[in-house]
Design a protein. Sequence first.
Length: 357
Amino acid sequence: MTAPLGRAARLVGVWLAVALFFIVQNVAVRAARGVVVDFQWDVFHELVYWLVWAAFTPLILAAARRHPLEAGVRLRSLARHLGLMVVVAPVQIATSYAVHFLLGGALGLVPAEEAAHWRAIVLPGVTWGTFAGFLYYWIIVAVYLAVLYRARVAGLEEQLARARLDALRAQLQPHFLFNTLNSISVLTATDPAGANRMLLDLSELLRATLAAGEAHEVTLDRELAMLERYVAIQQVRFGDRLAVRFEIEPAARAALVPSLLLQPLVENAVRHGVAASAGPGTVTVRAAVDGERLALEVRDSGPGLGAVPANADGIGLGNTRARLRQLYGEAFRLDLASPAGGGLTVVVELPLRRPAS
């Protein structure tokens, strides 16, 4: 179905729903009074009346778009709408009665005597219907303005959310960069070859990050590829003290996740888990699909929650939590837990999303 036909079908559907409402109301009132339903007026006339309004609605909407009721043009636009209203209202009601009697007579829904003298019958109805038409004209304009306002608010909210995400990501990237450069600076004096490898890994990671563009979500597979470059940098720094394991369910790799989601979680695991331990440490990254949810875990073998400072929810976890809320509202989970075997586990659950094909 083409776009114009689709819009026309939706418009007719709305007015049919209005007609059905009044038909049900008419039948209910008749039934409550114990009166037989008059099909001609209680059913057929309602259908005709509201479908004729459906035919006039595109004209009114076009006028609302062409003559917006906004500051600076309000009085001029209002005058034009009043002029159109004075024409549309009587024409609409006259058309409704003409269709009612001519089509109804042809279909046998209107008695022949009424159909033959319909002009005399409808004069009072046209007079009253014109005033009702003034009201319906403005109802149509008001509904259009309400829909337009809601669309504008939704657009502004989307722009605001995207701006917040951009700010959060801009905050995260320098934080990671400065930490890595600090590590390179330390290694320069003790392990120049390691510092050089770290610098090359950093270059590759930054190239991959820039290649991701402005997308706020990437596939988990792509996120893991960037994470592996970050892990390579950290393994130069910690050597045999750091082991990183990936336990990724194949079905999870195509799922969408916020870009740079895992890196700050692994950074926290290294900083508060491995670095805080006297001996070697392990960081495990898990991902699995659970129904319509994507479950992610980053677990370290460090001392657990007791070693995490009170402000650890700052740029790392705090940034991650804020980005998840911007992207998913309240449809996400981010929890910290100390498993029985020790260490710290960060659990993230997201709605399962996949790239558009």
